[in-house]
Ligand binder design. Structure first.
Ligand code: SAM
Length: 217
């Protein structure tokens, strides 16, 4: 990490033309997205498109999220370096890399084993040591390591799963796309002593959260 590679220029263009003009202003998020080699997280045939303003296929019918969506969700999490984060939907591992660069510890759950293994291999080869990889139904959360300071769901959910609300620490934040199967709204949920508050953000389109507290398949 931190070495100059052939894609450094494309990463800077991505940040300067896709993220900053749309209002992303958290310097830690912007600096991180200037360094994570996104082209390593997509299939080789798509490497040349890795920094384009779009989601891309990663196999198994799943996608790596659009860079802007990764940036918005990360910014809305308001991460601090001490945070313990639960991520539902490892996918390619790109969002995981962004999170793990900004916080102490990340627990990431993926239901498709081959994607989890591929992401683990890339992230370990990049030197990340603060990520725990779990294969399973993330709609149940991951009670073994609760409570979490932040939770990010990177697949579209019909509602925020109840177990995930329960596993969130007081003062914690959940960011998730919530809606129907084909279109959602990014939702930011905050847990306080008094209960939960919800803020609605941008519209978005994610692959479905499939599981006990998600969609059937
Ligand atoms: N953030 C990822 C990235 O940067 O590549 C993209 C994630 S992709 C949009 C959503 C992922 O959520 C898919 O890999 C999908 O298999 C996974 N997923 C869907 N339902 C899940 C569940 N119940 N538990 C864990 N992962 C799930």
């Amino acid at each position: 990490m931190g070495t100059i590679d052939d894609y450094k220029y494309q990463r800077d263009v991505m940040v300067d033309t896709q993220l900053i003009p749309r209002g992303i202003s958290d310097k830690r998020v912007l600096d991180t997205m200037r360094t994570i080699p996104r082209h390593l997280f997509v299939p080789k045939d798509y490497a040349h498109s890795a920094y384009n303003d779009m989601a891309l296929p990663i196999g198994e019918g799943q996608t790596i999220s659009q860079p802007y969506m990764v940036a918005v969700m990360t910014e809305k999490l308001a991460l601090t370096p001490e945070c313990k984060v639960l991520e539902i939907g490892t996918g390619s591992g790109y969002q995981t890399a962004v999170l793990a660069s900004l916080v102490k510890e990340v627990y990431t759950i993926e239901r498709i084993e081959s994607l989890s293994k591929k992401a683990e291999q890339i992230l370990k080869s990049l030197g990340f040591k603060n990520i725990h990889f779990i294969v399973g139904d993330g709609s149940l959360g991951y009670p073994d390591a609760k409570p979490y300071d932040r939770v990010i769901i990177t697949a579209g959910a019909p509602a925020i799963p109840q177990p995930i609300k329960e596993q969130l620490a007081e003062g914690g934040i959940i960011v998730a796309p919530v809606g129907d199967r084909y279109s959602q709204t990014l939702v930011v949920v905050r847990k306080t002593k008094e209960g939960f508050s919800t803020e609605y953000s941008t519209g978005c389109v994610f692959v479905p959260l499939v599981g006990r507290h998600g969609w059937v398949s």
